[in-house]
Design a protein around this ligand. Structure first.
Ligand code: P1T
Length: 379
């Protein structure tokens, strides 16, 4: 049956237990599985290779991204790093200039030591991609919306340019979640998520997942994961499956709250600029509305200076000062010294991560309470 998103989120891969009728499938904590004869097993051999609770989670999330394959990892960073292992030395990668600081750190500080070459470019203009392509370019990596500046790129155009040049396109879809945007449908080859965020939704686990329709890429990634071992525990898979069931409800409320907050912030004098994909003043609002259902739960804004940003962060009460995002509770952070602290100050400046930048992960609390909290801190 071709079920709709909300139905798939609850039922795909989550069928009741055949043996006992338990409505919630059990957590398979077993590290190994008996074989009826050498090489004659029932689909599972050893839990690094695969595990029933993980398989169920992979089927559930794959259905939401419209993917044939899902490969769950121990973190978003493990998913990111394993995808890089599909490459070899001297390969060239084009990456969006605004990405999670840990992604930049892994590419720029780790993979370059193994002979991979990265160019970080502003992909809100597709021409910037064309200019950088060489015969060594193998991979295009981007976020949209980006972390932390909520930049929007035209996923269909970029995927098309990449595909014409035999370049694999990977979209880190963490900020949108599969409810708001499905990059595979827009031409991407792989989608990566930090499932720590909206997929999990409750700030109680760390995880990652890669989704694809390409059999060969999926097989390569499973091989690499089995070889390197960056797997999630069965308990975390189960917890994540539980969170995913309410993704649609949560994303609607995150988006509704965040768009009210973005609008409010844009009317406040001390706020120099607001970054939110569905705000009329966003430079790519039309592209955002063409490829996303709603604006999502992330809002960033510039205050006058670091001092103003710190004062704001000290005075909010419902918003907790913390890294991460995508949980039901609202968080606030200072990207220049927290999530993006590993990016050199001059590069941060060039990208547009200003000293007065504050990033909000807007939760699903009552909007009036959130607006009161912000208004009080702003004063
Ligand atoms: O934290 P981890 O599950 O390893 O995921 C890394 C990651 C990958 N991609 C994006 C877009 C991310 O935002 C992250 C993690 N980000 C934060 C912890 C943060 O506060 O931005």
């Amino acid at each position: 049956m071709n079920y709709k998103f909300e139905t798939k989120a609850i039922h795909k891969g989550q069928e009741p237990d055949k043996e006992t009728g338990a409505i919630i499938p059990p957590i398979h904590l077993s590290s190994t599985f008996i074989q009826d004869g050498v090489g004659n097993h029932r689909g599972f051999e050893y839990s690094r290779t695969n595990n029933p609770t993980r398989s169920r989670l992979e089927e559930q999330i794959a259905s939401l991204e419209g993917a044939k394959h899902g490969i769950a990892f121990s973190s978003g960073s493990a998913a990111t790093s394993t995808v890089q292992l599909m490459l070899k030395s001297n390969d060239h990668i084009i990456c969006g200039d605004d990405v999670y600081g840990g992604t930049y750190r892994f590419f720029d500080k780790v993979m370059t030591r193994f002979g991979l070459n990265y160019d970080f470019v502003d992909l809100t203009n597709a021409e910037n991609l064309r200019i950088k392509i060489t015969e060594k370019t193998k991979l295009l990596w981007l976020e949209s919306p980006t972390n932390p500046l909520l930049k929007i790129s035209d996923l269909r155009s970029l995927s098309e340019i990449a595909s014409d040049n035999n370049i694999m396109t990977i979209v880190d879809n963490t900020f949108a979640s599969p409810f708001l945007q499905n990059p595979l449908e827009l031409g991407a080859d792989l989608v990566v998520h930090s499932s720590t965020k909206y997929l999990g939704g409750h700030s109680d686990l760390v995880g990652g997942i890669v989704l694809t329709n390409n059999d060969e890429y999926a097989e390569k990634l499973r091989f690499l994961q089995n070889a390197t071992g960056a797997i999630p525990s069965p308990f975390d898979c189960w917890l994540l499956s539980r969170g995913v069931k309410t993704l649609a409800l949560r994303m609607r409320q995150h988006s509704e709250n965040a768009s009210r907050i973005a609008q409010y912030l844009s009317e406040q004098d001390p706020v120099k600029r607001v970054y939110y994909p569905f705000l009329d003043t966003h430079p790519n609002v039309d592209i955002a509305k063409g490829q996303m259902k709603m604006g999502g739960g992330m809002v960033s804004f510039d205050l006058e200076s670091k001092h103003h940003a710190f004062e704001f962060l000290k005075n909010v009460k419902i918003f907790s000062l913390a890294e991460s995002l995508g949980g039901v509770e609202s968080l606030a952070e200072y990207p220049p010294e927290m999530t993006h602290g590993s990016i050199e100050p001059e590069i941060r400046k060039k990208i547009g991560i200003n000293d007065g930048l504050v990033r909000l992960s807007v939760g699903i609390e009552n909007i009036d309470d959130l607006l009161d909290d912000i208004s009080h801190a702003m004063r």
